[in-house]
Every structure is written in structure tokens, then in C-alpha cells.
Design a binder for this molecule. Structure first.
Ligand code: PLP
Length: 417
């Protein structure tokens, strides 16, 4: 007899995303999401997994965080998505709070998802500068809508014929300030869009002075600096915005993922006065029915409240340091396979030997050790390792033990990859 889980996989292959479902089957990850709670989730067949992917930060505060659920349930007694044409107390309060936590920025406009907000940020920069060209980094990732996908890695744009010509989009290598200056000095760029640490590209860390130098070049050549903080923001670095840890005050910040607490989709573009030009020229030039829903705003305000608690910030620092110490030990025990720890707070990538070394680690952790951590799509040697902000010491101990065992067992496969 076919189990419920087998039927879901069969239906997904037939009616949902054939390629994606098959890809997971081919990798031996026959997972179907069932119950979820805190930093764990369960397969439909009952297998428990520790979640250290947390969907790129979406579940930074845990799955079904009780405080966030309570805020949403209470909100439902009185509100719905609201009316995107009119001001509302929820929208105004959330915009005010975002401006408060983002030094130098003055306005916030909302969307439903990260890529939608990235598109809006890029349009905002074009309006403010009167220029078309968008400069981004090779192998960066900003989502899959029109301008966002064109700014990102070719893999996701080409298939939909969404790449743009050099007059609209230019990509330079990460950590290459000379290449950036060569582009910006042409004086025709509307903006530079930067993931503060490119997650999908395996968390290469910005070299000392790289991001501040880009900001200086932007100022010199009249372009805006857009910080895509969709993965890196919201206290994952120990500060609200990761870009601040590098001393950069961007013109625009984009946030999403964890902003909705994993409960209600919402994103935001936070901008300074210079960027905010279109808001006074024609405030109806951009609209989104589900952008800044009242329920989403209620949820996001609760998220910001939790993030700013001293106990949350202290825990981020504790978990970051505690895991680092444990990871260093595992690395020492596996010197030929586990070759680098990339880290800023709870933003972490673990680099393995071989071009695809993170894939066997992911498989081993999933099949045998009940840990879910995914390889980086644009650098398969790096395992995305993204623990939640509220993890306990006990959770970290269990995670380190399972990770250490998985890495050791995957040795031969890592070296062959
Ligand atoms: C850095 C970054 N920007 C933008 C996005 C797009 O967000 P969404 O999937 O909500 O459209 C993502 C998604 O993973 C991301 O990692």
C-alpha cells in the first residue's frame, strides 16, 4: 500500500515541481515536511531533524515561535491584510520602528517577499539617480523577480531569458575593489547591490575594508549602495544589520525572510532621503496589494521587539562563540576534509575539500544524524550552517556531536567529490 508520504512525493512529481522533487529524490533526501516546533522539524514519517538551515534566517526565532503566533492570533481578532492604498496604524508603526533601528534611513516601504523588495530597491535607486545601470557581484543571489534575477547569478536568469545587457546590468568579482571602481568610475551606475555576505555563494567573507571602500566609491561616483540583508540581517550578526558590523551606512537596506517570523510573509525596503525621491514625485508609482499587510506588520513588529531584547542579543553572542569553539575542534579532528569556517555571528558557512564536498556532508547528516543543513547552491563545497538566535547550550551540544560524527563518516565521499 502507498503511504501518505509516498503519495505526496508522487503527486509532487506529477502536479507540482517535477524537477525539484526529482532532484531531492536523486540526492537521497526523500523529505516531506510534517510537524515543526522551535529549531526542530519532522518528516511526515516521523524522522526528527535539527534545523540549521532555517530557510536562510526565516526561522531565526524558531518554528512557530509562541510569542509571534500569539501576536498573529490576537491580530486576527481585529484585522486582515488591510488596504494597501491607505495609511494604517500598523504600517506607520512598523515603518517608524524600522527607521529607528536603521541609522541614517528615513522611510520604509513594504513588500510580501525578498525578491519583490529587491526589485523595488533597484527601481528606487534608478528613480533617485536617473541612471539605469545596476552593478552587482558575480554569483550573488537576490531572488527571482525581474530585476533581482537579472542582478544575480546567470543560472537563474538565463533559463527565463531574463539576463540584461551591459548597459543595464554589470557584474564584478566579489572582493575585487579595482573591478568595482572600473565600473563605477564610468559614472552611469544607479547603484551597487551587495549581499553583505553572499549566502548562496557559500558565505565568502568580505575582506577588510572592502564594503566601506565600495560605499566610498558609490559616494564618489553618485551611485547608491543597496545592502541586501535578506539573509544576513535581523540580528544574525549580533547587530540588527550585518552591514553595520563592517562600518557601512547604506542608502537602502532590504529585509525579508525572518522579518515575518516564519509565520506571515512580509519584506521591507528601508531608504534614506536621497533614495526616497519617488515617494514625493509619485507615491503610487509602486504598489503591492500584499505589501505591508496589517497582519504582517503586527508580526514584524513583534519580531523586531524580540530581536532587540538584551537577552536575545546576548544569546546570539553566546551561541556564535560556543559553536565556533566546537566547530574549531571538529575541524582539527578532520583536517583533510573540513577546511574552513566562515563566520560572522550566526551567519556561517562550513567549507569542505573537493568541489562538491558539502553535498555528502548534507546527505550523511540528513540520513543518519537527524540534522538538516543544506549545501550552498552556487558553491557546493560550502555547507550553509545557520543556527537560530534562541538556541540553547543543550541544542548546540547535540548539534556539535551529530555534526562531528557526520563529517567523520562522510570523509571518503568528501575527498571523492
Ligand atoms: C540574499 C537574498 N536576497 C533576496 C532573496 C529573495 O527572497 P525571496 O525568496 O523571499 O523572494 C533571497 C532568498 O533566499 C536571498 O537569500
Amino acid at each position: 500500500m502507498t503511504s501518505v508520504k509516498e503519495q505526496v512525493i508522487a503527486d509532487s512529481l506529477q502536479y507540482w515541481n517535477t524537477g525539484k522533487t526529482q532532484e531531492w529524490q536523486d540526492l537521497g533526501i526523500n523529505f516531506v515536511m510534517g510537524k515543526r516546533e522551535g529549531y526542530y522539524f519532522w518528516d511526515l514519517d516521523g524522522q526528527r531533524l535539527m534545523d540549521v538551515h532555517i530557510n536562510g534566517g526565516t526561522f531565526s526565532l524558531g518554528h512557530r515561535n509562541p510569542e509571534i503566533m500569539e501576536a498573529l492570533i490576537k491580530g486576527l481578532e481585529e484585522y486582515d491584510i488591510g488596504n494597501h492604498h491607505f495609511p494604517s496604524p500598523q504600517k506607520a508603526a512598523l515603518a517608524k520602528e524600522l527607521v529607528k533601528v536603521s541609522a541614517g534611513l528615513t522611510h520604509a516601504i513594504f513588500g510580501a517577499a525578498g525578491a519583490e523588495a529587491v526589485d523595488l530597491a533597484l527601481k528606487t535607486a534608478r528613480c533617485a539617480t536617473g541612471r539605469r545601470k545596476i552593478v552587482s557581484v558575480q554569483n550573488c543571489y537576490h531572488g527571482h523577480t525581474g530585476l533581482a534575477v537579472a542582478a544575480g547569478a546567470e543560472r537563474y536568469a538565463k533559463i527565463f531569458l531574463a539576463e540584461r545587457g551591459e548597459d543595464e546590468n554589470v557584474k564584478v568579482p566579489f572582493n575585487d575593489i579595482g573591478a568595482m571602481e572600473r565600473e563605477l568610475s564610468k559614472g552611469d551606475a544607479a547603484c551597487v547591490i551587495m549581499e553583505t555576505i553572499p549566502a548562496t555563494y557559500g558565505f565568502p567573507l568580505p575582506q577588510d575594508g572592502y564594503l566601506p571602500a565600495i560605499k566610498k566609491l558609490c559616494e564618489k561616483y553618485g551611485a547608491l549602495y543597496i545592502a541586501d540583508e535578506v539573509q544576513t540581517g535581523l540580528m544574525r550578526s549580533g547587530q540588527m544589520w550585518c552591514v553595520s558590523t563592517y562600518g557601512v551606512a547604506p542608502d537602502i537596506i532590504v529585509t525579508s525572510k525572518g522579518f515575518g517570523g516564519g509565520i506571515y510573509p512580509i519584506s521591507a525596503v528601508i531608504m534614506n532621503d536621497r533614495a526616497a525621491k519617488w515617494l514625493t514625485i509619485d507615491g503610487s508609482a509602486h504598489m503591492s496589494t500584499f505589501g505591508g499587510t496589517e497582519l504582517g506588520c503586527i508580526v514584524a513588529r513583534k519580531v523586531l521587539e524580540i530581536l532587540q531584547r538584551q537577552e536575545t542579543i546576548n544569546n546570539v553572542h553566546f551561541v556564535a562563540e560556543y559553536l565556533r569553539a566546537g566547530l574549531e575542534k571538529i575541524k582539527r579532528e578532520n583536517p583533510d576534509t573540513f577546511i574552513e569556517i566562515r563566520q560572522n555571528g550566526l551567519i556561517m558557512g562550513l567549507k569542505f575539500a573537493g568541489a562538491k564536498g558539502a553535498i555528502p556532508v548534507m546527505q550523511r547528516l540528513y540520513r543518519k544524524h537527524g540534522v538538516w543543513a543544506i549545501y550552498s547552491m552556487l558553491d557546493n563545497s560550502v555547507l550553509q550552517f545557520k543556527p537560530g538566535l534562541l538556541c540553547t547550550k543543550e541544542y548546540c551540544d547535540e548539534l556539535l556531536e551529530r555534526l562531528g560524527a557526520g563529517i567523520k563518516e562522510a570523509r571518503e565521499d568528501i575527498l571523492r567529490s
